[in-house]
Design a protein around this ligand. Structure first.
Ligand code: NIG
Ligand code: FE
Length: 396
């Protein structure tokens, strides 16, 4: 395979403390050479020869972002609901049903085209690996269809059949939980890696969540959980008890829950776009980090509560309003996302590891937060392929 050498890098963030300075493993005046894997990292002055040499012009290069929470298989949008919220309406889980109706009516091809469009947006924003949930089908056929389409784009596919109780089961939510456990879980084997539940007011209570997670684990699925977004309850404790890789949102936590998270193997995934777009109070990343919790930042891209694919935007909000330093936010959006997906092959730039690199049109990663709303992701290499050039997706 062709060897590319990206040289004259002003600031290379490796996330490998052994390779460079500080926790981000920063190497200055660096070069990195790669085919589909990273082959060499070191001072630009001693870079080996390569087939393709790219001059980074003194700019910053970071690992590709890892988006560990995205809902991409849906139809339609909910712009009017957003506008109503900005005029004072509260966010409620029930809005999901609007998207369910549109998604059920959509063709496979139109759903696939939406995921393609959003996956391209993610790539342009520097996201080189993402998780993708179902959750807008809520029938056996529609959830399986969403799983199959999601699998065309990522190996981190999540069955979120327990997103909300669909209208046809409104009077008998337990019958819908039975449907998930008896019909959806068995058929999702081999398609989904993860099972997720929206455990919150207006969605699934703790008892129903517990039943679904117990059944999912018995079938060999790993779990993750939407927890403590809208209300202060025991979602996060269920996540810990079921060894969920991640508890997502964590908007409302008490100090004991923070301490229990810190002692667990569950990552706290914060979703700045959700609080931004629902005008909710931001959770404190500072409080979690200071307590020793492993923290991830993800986009939560979905048409209801967070219709963004911009990880740099999420980083900027996390720094401005959630108490992260720029370094902590970058780490949460790369290594944190990898931890939330229990992966070691993404989120870092290390010799022998996958070549997922992002070049910023900026001298430092700090500009991700310092220049909010400015598209500074300029080049993206995914598994060594130069997939974004000058800010545009280059389709093969
Ligand atoms: O993560 N919280 C649950 N699911 C999404 C919202 C989905 C929707 O409103 O359509 C979220 O915020
Ligand atoms: Fe979500």
């Amino acid at each position: 395979m062709t060897l590319t050498c990206l040289t004259n890098i002003g600031e290379l963030i490796t996330n490998e403390p052994g390779i460079g300075d500080g926790p981000l493993g920063i190497v200055h005046d660096a070069a990195v050479c790669f085919d589909d894997a990273i082959r060499w990292i070191g001072p630009a002055a001693s870079a080996p020869s390569a087939d393709i040499v790219v001059d980074a012009g003194g700019t910053a290069v970071i690992p590709g972002f890892v988006d560990s929470h995205a809902h991409l298989v849906f139809a339609g949008d909910r712009a009017e609901e957003f506008a109503a919220r900005m005029a004072g309406q509260p966010y409620a889980a029930g809005g999901i049903r609007t998207t369910v109706a549109a998604t059920r009516a959509a063709s496979d091809d139109s759903l696939r085209a939406t995921v393609r469009r959003l996956a391209d947006e993610l790539l342009r924003a520097g996201v080189t690996h993402f998780e993708c949930k179902t959750g807008y089908g809520l029938t056996v056929e529609d959830e399986l269809r969403a799983l199959r389409i999601a699998r065309e784009f990522t190996d981190d596919v999540t069955l979120l059949a327990a997103h909300v109780v669909p209208a046809e089961f409104r009077d008998d939510p337990d019958a819908y939980v039975d449907r998930i456990i008896d019909a959806m879980l068995p058929q999702a084997l081999g398609l989904a890696r993860w099972v997720d539940v929206f455990c919150d007011a207006g969605a699934f209570d703790e008892a129903r969540t517990d039943r679904i997670l117990t059944a999912a684990r018995a079938r060999g699925f790993a779990c993750r959980l939407h927890a403590n977004q809208l209300a202060h309850d025991g979602g996060v404790d269920l996540a810990i008890r079921h060894d969920c890789a991640s508890a997502d949102h964590c908007t409302h936590l008490d100090d004991d829950q923070v301490a229990r998270l810190a002692a667990s193997h569950t990552v706290a995934t914060l979703l700045p776009g959700a609080e931004f777009s629902t005008r909710s109070p931001y959770p404190s990343g500072r409080r979690l980090i200071d307590a020793g919790v492993t923290v991830a930042i993800a986009t939560d891209c979905n048409p209801g509560s967070s219709y963004t694919t911009s990880m740099p935007f999420c980083i900027a909000v996390a720094v401005r309003d959630m108490g992260f330093t720029p370094a902590e936010a970058l780490q949460a959006a790369t290594l944190g996302g990898a931890a939330a997906l229990r992966r070691t092959d993404v989120g870092r730039i290390a010799v022998g590891g996958r070549a997922h690199l992002v070049r910023l049109d900026a001298p430092s990663y700090i500009h991700l937060a310092y220049r909010p709303g400015v598209a500074i992701v300029t080049d993206v290499w995914k598994d060594g392929v130069h997939a974004v050039r000058e800010g545009q997706v280059a389709h093969a």
